[in-house]
Every structure is written in C-alpha cells, then in structure tokens.
Design a protein around this ligand. Structure first.
Ligand code: PHE
Length: 341
C-alpha cells in the first residue's frame, strides 16, 4: 500500500504541476481528491490493514492529500498569473500613440444673442417663462383673438396633430401671454423664448422651425409710452447708444394698437445697403398694447389693468448681429460655420 501511495504521489504531483489550464487543473482535482478519486480509492483499502499499520498509513494519506492540495493551489496561482499576463498584453495601451484631440465646444451664436437679451430683460426685473411647443389651438389662436378662418390657422400654414385642428405645434410664442396671465399674479413682467413651427419651405430666410422671444407686461397704468421706452432701451443695449428706432403702425389680432419696430441700419446709417436690402431700416419685432378682449378672456379687468407685448425672431437678430446671410447655416451645425463664433 505504501508503494501504491508513493506511485499516486509521483503521478499526481507531476500531473498537477504541469496542468495546462484551469479546466484541466479542476479535472485533476476531481481525479485525485474527489469522492470517486484515486486517493479515496486507496483509502478504501485501509480496511485491509492491521490496527498497527493503520495510523501510519492514515497519516501518510493525509499528508499526500495536503501535498496534492498545495500543488493544485500553486499551479492555480501560476495559471492565473499567466492569464493576467496574457490579458495585459492583449489590452496593452501604446502610450507612444498620438492622443485624440480634445476640442472644447462653445455656445451657438443664436444662444449668444438669446442670453444677451435675457440678461437685458432680467436686469429690468422680468422673469423667464417656459412653455409648451405642442399647444392647443385655444392658446395659439382663440384666446389671442385669432378667429376661425384667419389665414394663419390654415392647414397649409400650421402643423396640426388632430383632424379637428385642436392640437398643433405652436406657430408663435404669443400663447405664452395667455399662459402667463392665467397662472401668474399681477403685475406680470415676463419674457418667454422658444421654438415655433410653420409650414414654410426651407430657403435662405425661411425654416419650418425657428425661435421667437415673447415679452409681456401687465400692470395698472401701463401705456404705449412704456412699450416704446422699454424697447428703445433694449435696442440701445443690443445695438449701442443712439441707435435710431421707428415704430410703424401694424396689425395683430391680439394687440391694439399694434406696431412693428424697425432700427435704422447700423451698417449704413440709413442710407441703404445690402444689410438692410436698400431700405435703410431693419425690422426687429412686432408689438402692441394687449387687446382688452385678450385681457378679459384671461380674467383680467381691462378697465383696471393694461399691458403691452412684443414678439421677435431670434434667428433674424443673430443673423443681423453676426452678418449671417443664410438662415440654414444656423441650423446645419457645420463646424466650419460654428467655429467662427
Ligand atoms: N406673434 C407675433 C408674430 O409672430 C409677434 C407679436 C408678439 C406681435 C406680441 C405683437 C405682440 O409675428
């Protein structure tokens, strides 16, 4: 039996120390130490031994078990070190390779202009109001005194979601006037920037999506003089002191009276040039005194309160400010264009 054990020792320790993989090592553990393994088989024969021989053999067997276990552990450590080595080699980073260029992004030119405008209005005590781009016809039209049949409500001009023309992509930010008046305490001073949508073909001056910024003031005793003074201040901060403005009569269903604001061309000083298309003036925004019907529709008594509102297109402003001649450049996100700002 002693020889048998010696043979098992020689065979097992050699096999274990040369196991080529973790899987084979595990197979060997089962082969030698498992319940049906070779060491167990040897131990089973202990019964045949005399009582004097048994303790010494038992001790030898235990020692062999311990030695095989130790050999397995050793081989396991060797194999896992080799595996790690191979993995490191496979995933090695070549530190001599040139690094990827890290480029820092920056603000889009239109958002530069928007932030400038927000700052000006916040400085005058206005708050910024956010609102939905998917809107009810009620807010985009009805409550703004734009009746059924008005051309801007036409299917050819407006993106509707429903057959009954009740849910749409807002065509203007003026619906924010209604949201503000319905949800805010008086007095109100807000500006509301955001996207608007119209069924326009894309060209150098049109896009089916563009941005507006709406402004609204409602308080006691507000007059057209406040509108003019405030907007003149804004224009001076945007275009420099002494910029000449012109308030031209106009029509909007939700303001009365209504006007458009032009600035004298900052490029040619009003003589006429390509920037102002020979006009000497550049149209900046639409505005007016909030229509009494719109006020009362929002539960505000037009005999006590009055207000003024304006709406302007942000792309047009950015184009003017940065001398951008094609609206498409603003949306295409071509880096060669964006990097210039
Ligand atoms: N919503 C108008 C437009 O899109 C602009 C406007 C806003 C006019 C507020 C008057 C008052 O043209």
């Amino acid at each position: 039996m002693k020889e048998l054990m010696q043979k098992l020792r020689d065979a097992s320790l050699q096999a274990v120390s040369q196991a080529p993989s973790m899987e084979m090592l595990e197979e060997m553990r089962v082969k030698y130490l498992g319940k049906k393994g070779e060491l167990t088989a040897v131990l089973r024969q202990m019964g045949k031994l005399s009582a004097e021989e048994r303790p010494a053999m038992g001790q030898l067997a235990n020692q062999l078990r311990g030695d095989i276990e130790a050999a397995i552990e050793l081989r396991r450590a060797e194999l896992s070190a080799a595996l790690m080595e191979a993995k490191l080699e496979a995933e090695a980073v070549d530190v001599t390779m040139p690094a990827k260029e890290l480029r820092q992004g920056h603000k889009h030119p239109m958002y530069n202009v928007l932030d400038q405008i927000k700052d000006i209005f916040i400085g005058m005590g206005f708050e910024i109001q956010d609102g939905p781009e998917v809107e009810r016809a009620e807010y985009n039209f009805d409550k703004l005194n734009i009746d059924e049949g008005h051309p801007s409500r036409d299917w050819t001009d407006t993106f509707y979601f429903t057959e009954d023309s009740q849910i749409l992509l807002r065509t203007q930010t003026s619906g924010m006037q209604i949201h503000a008046m319905e949800t805010r305490e008086l007095p109100i001073r807000i500006v509301a920037p955001g996207r608007v949508y119209r069924k326009d073909e894309v060209d150098a001056t049109h896009s089916p999506m563009f941005h507006q910024i709406e402004g609204l003031v409602v308080d006691k005793g507000v007059t057209m003089a406040d509108l003019k003074a405030t907007l003149n201040l804004v224009v001076e901060q945007l275009y420099g002191k002494g910029t000449v403005t012109r308030f031209r009569p106009h029509h909007f269903p939700f303001t009365e009276p209504s006007c458009e604001l032009d600035i004298q061309c900052h490029k040619c000083g009003g003589k006429g040039c390509p920037t102002c298309k020979g006009q000497g003036w550049i149209e900046v925004l639409g505005a007016g005194m909030v229509h009494p019907k719109v006020l009362s529709g929002c539960g505000i008594d037009p005999d006590v309160y009055s207000g003024w509102a304006f709406g302007m297109g942000l792309e047009r402003l950015a184009m003017g400010e940065y001398k951008i001649t094609d609206l498409r450049l603003i949306f295409e996100n071509d880096e060669r264009f964006l990097q210039q700002f």
